[in-house]
Design a protein around this ligand. Structure first.
Ligand code: PMP
Length: 477
């Protein structure tokens, strides 16, 4: 056996001491790093704890929800038609709510991407009124919005200004206000018009503000037909919704001429709802996060504006009413758009949303095809430059028509059958139409489909026993 020399022993001791020091150093640096990061730990634990509250799959608890007196944690907020502390009770004779266009159908995408889409907001996050460059908008977010449009191919942003607002609802009014102030002082009241069936907010908003500069003046198609706009000395602001709410059709402006200004509301111009034939290149385009990622509650929208003067007027409007969009919202939106872009350049979320909408439309069409009492809109496939193929539109809403002569109030007909939609008259058309929302949660859609299936199968039974006059006539022709 070889005995260590004193030289070797010294060498061993030095090596051991070096290793020990290195281990100590690593330990200290790890400990100090974990100390540095510890301020996020409580927030993280709180968020995870709330996410794990069990609501039986029929509801969800939120961090800012009402605190239960029983267990001191946020209560379960149950899905429609469910109740009880853990949402296990199915409420009898529950009315199916297909009224609002609340786009929670994309929630599963964000649950799937829970880690990458979470954002921690420190207590000192951007407390100032302004960004350090004096602006009210995050340059980084603006760049991400431009990238989203570039990869989707749904709007041209080059050479245009971008304005943020707390939702498209707000920006619509900012646009109408700014365009009506665009005209010369001598010009009379601007007429705000939109083609029937139009998004009800246009009329409601314009009438609510009772402005001296503009008024709601009805159907653009009627103005075109009567050539009224060529005769009037006043200006016209045409609101163009594409795809349209309620019927999902891609639309173009119907009025032309020097007195016509246009606002293009492109809230639904995203590949999960519609084929994208070409990028929109309009003077004033409005988009909203609500219909892109589904985050309606974040209240975020943006306008893309060509004309410098209109842009300045809109900026002033926003500064004097809201002083921009909350910095917390901008941070969250930035995070969401990063997730969207990092997952296949937007393809993953678009496919995800498209597949949900397609499945809903297939089921709905199958049900409605068996009815002679109700019909829904038919939309043609078009080439989609985003998916590089022919795609069928799967819009956010079903535009239902009651076909029976006696069913003039379709809203009431469906209401009596336990479904609440939105009446056609609100969209400027007959009450023979009603809008049903298809963008709510899967749970809401399942309830709607179940009820529609029930109604249609009862209709078929009725027809077998005693055919209605209209269907009897149809069968004989
Ligand atoms: N435009 C249209 C056509 C809409 O359907 C909606 C929402 N239903 C909006 C604008 C408003 O969007 P936001 O949630 O951003 O206010």
């Amino acid at each position: 056996m070889q005995i260590c020399s004193s030289k070797n022993i010294l060498c061993c001791l030095i090596t051991c001491s070096l290793i020990l020091n290195l281990l100590l150093l690593v330990n200290v640096s790890l400990r100090s790093r974990s100390w540095e990061n510890s301020w996020t730990r409580d927030a993280m634990e709180e968020a995870e704890a709330v996410a794990s509250i069990h609501c039986s799959g029929n509801g969800r608890a939120f961090l800012d929800g009402v605190i239960s007196a029983d267990h001191g944690r946020p209560v379960c907020e149950c899905n429609a038609c469910y109740g009880g502390s853990d949402c296990t009770q199915l409420l009898p004779d529950c009315q199916v709510d297909a009224d609002s266009g609340d786009p929670t159908f994309l929630e599963p995408f964000w649950v799937k991407n829970a880690g990458s889409s979470a954002v921690v907001i420190s207590g000192w996050h951007r407390m100032s009124y302004e960004f350090s460059d004096g602006s009210l908008i995050s340059e980084e977010l603006k760049k991400h919005i431009e990238t989203v449009h570039a990869i989707t191919g749904n709007a041209i942003t080059q050479g245009k200004h971008i304005i943020f607002g707390p939702g498209a609802t707000f920006l619509l009014h900012a646009a109408v206000h700014s365009l009506s102030h665009q005209h010369s002082a001598s010009a009379s009241l601007s007429n705000v018009v939109a083609s029937i069936p139009y998004y009800p907010v246009y009329k409601e908003q314009t009438e609510f503000f009772k402005a001296e500069d503009y008024k709601f003046s009805g159907d653009s198609a009627k103005w075109k037909e009567d050539n009224d706009y060529l005769k009037t000395s006043s200006n016209i602001i045409e609101l163009v919704t594409s795809p349209n709410n309620p019927d999902g059709r891609l639309r173009k402006a119907v009025l032309e001429g020097p007195s016509v200004k246009k606002v293009h509301d492109l809230a639904y111009y995203w590949p999960h709802f519609t084929p994208i034939p070409e990028p929109a290149d309009e003077d004033l385009m409005i988009f909203t996060l609500s219909k892109l990622t589904g985050h309606a509650g974040s209240r975020f929208g943006w306008a893309i504006v060509k004309d410098e003067a209109v842009y300045r007027k809109m900026l002033t409007y926003i500064e004097l009413t809201a002083f921009g969009v909350s910095r917390e919202t901008q941070l969250r939106v930035l995070k969401l758009l990063k997730v969207l872009l990092h997952n296949g350049n937007g393809k993953e979320m678009s496919e995800f949303g498209h597949n949900i909408m397609r499945s809903r439309w297939m089921k709905l069409s199958q049900t409605m095809s068996q009815s002679t009492r109700f019909s829904i809109q038919q939309l043609e496939p078009q080439y989609c430059s985003f998916f590089h193929q022919l795609r069928t539109p799967y819009p956010a809403f079903a535009w239902v028509k009651c076909e029976r002569e006696e069913d003039r109030d379709c809203y009431q007909v469906l209401k009596n059958l336990n479904i609440t939609g939105r009446a056609g008259s609100l969209f400027g058309t007959e009450n023979r139409y009603v809008r049903l929302s298809l963008v709510k949660s899967q749970h809401d859609f399942d309830l709607l489909l179940r009820q529609l299936n029930k109604i249609v199968s009862e209709e078929r039974d009725d027809v077998t026993v005693m055919p209605s006059i209209s269907s009897a006539v149809r069968e004989n022709t």
